[in-house]
Design a protein around this ligand. Structure first.
Ligand code: ITT
Length: 208
C-alpha cells in the first residue's frame, strides 16, 4: 500500500515539548515537518470531550489553515484517585501560565484531600490524529500505566513527567532521557511512552 503521507506535514501543536518529541519520531520516515507555530496557524479552542475529539479538532484546524496534511496530539494524565482527572483538562489544570510545578503540587494536595494512600495509580493517554485539508481524519491512541510519586523527581521531559513512574521502571519520566521515554524499539516491540505508542500505531498505518 502506498504511504498515506508524502511531502510536507504540519505538526499541529504549540507545546514545545510535544513538538520536539513528534518531530523526532517523524525523522526516520523522511517527512518534511513544519510546526503550526512556524506557519502562524492559530491555536483552536479545545472544545472536545475526548482526547480523540480534541486531537481531530487541532489537526483539522491546521490542515484547513495550511492546505497540508497535519498531525496533532491531545494528551493528558488520568489519576485513579481523582476519578480520571485532570484527563483532557491536563494543560488547563496548570493554569493560564502553564505552571507544572504548581500543577504537580495541586495534584498531590487533591489526592491527599481524597484520603487516598499510595500507590497512586495513574496513566497517560495520547491521541494522535492525522487530518487532510478535505476534512478526512485518522486517529490512534496510546496509553502508559504507572504510579505517581511525590515530591517530583528529575528535571527532564516536560509537563507532569517528574511525578510519573511507569510500571516496571525505577525512574520517573522526568529522570529519563528523551530517547528512553519515547524511542521506538527497532525489534518491533512496544514503545514506552503513551505518545510513542500512539505514534507506532499511526506509523504502521500511515508511514509504512
Ligand atoms: P497543544 O494543544 O498545542 O498540542 P497542549 O500543551 O495544550 O499543547 P494538550 O491540550 O494535549 O496540549 O495538553 C496535554 C497536557 O498534558 C500537556 O500540557 C502536558 O502537561 C501533559 N502531558 C501530555 N503528555 C505528556 C508527557 O509526555 N509528559 C508530561 N506531561 C504530558
Amino acid at each position: 500500500m502506498p504511504r498515506l503521507i508524502e511531502g510536507k506535514l504540519v505538526i499541529a501543536t504549540h507545546n514545545p515539548g510535544k513538538l520536539w518529541e513528534i518531530a523526532t519520531l517523524l525523522k526516520p520516515y523522511g517527512i518534511d515537518a513544519v510546526s503550526a507555530g512556524d506557519l502562524g496557524l492559530p491555536e483552536p479552542e479545545e472544545t472536545g470531550l475526548t482526547f480523540i475529539a480534541n486531537a481531530e479538532l487541532k489537526a483539522l484546524a491546521s490542515a484547513k489553515g495550511s492546505g497540508l496534511p497535519a498531525i496533532a496530539d491531545d494528551s493528558g494524565l488520568c489519576v485513579d484517585a481523582l476519578d480520571g482527572a485532570p484527563g483532557i483538562y491536563s494543560a488547563r489544570y496548570a493554569g493560564e501560565s502553564r505552571d507544572f510545578a504548581f500543577a504537580m503540587q495541586k495534584l498531590e494536595k487533591e489526592i491527599a484531600d481524597r484520603g487516598a494512600t499510595p500507590p497512586f495509580h495513574a496513566h497517560f493517554v495520547s491521541a494522535i490524529s492525522l487530518a487532510w485539508p478535505d476534512g478526512k481524519t485518522l486517529s490512534f491512541e496510546g496509553k502508559v500505566f504507572g504510579t505517581l510519586v511525590f515530591p517530583p523527581r528529575g528535571g527532564l521531559g516536560f509537563g507532569y513527567d517528574p511525578v510519573f513512574l511507569p510500571n516496571g521502571h525505577d525512574k520517573t519520566f522526568g529522570e529519563m532521557w528523551a530517547v528512553e521515554k519515547h524511542s521506538i524499539p527497532v525489534d518491533g516491540s512496544e514503545a514506552l511512552s503513551h505518545r510513542a505508542r500512539a505514534f507506532q500505531a499511526f506509523a504502521k498505518t500511515c508511514l509504512e
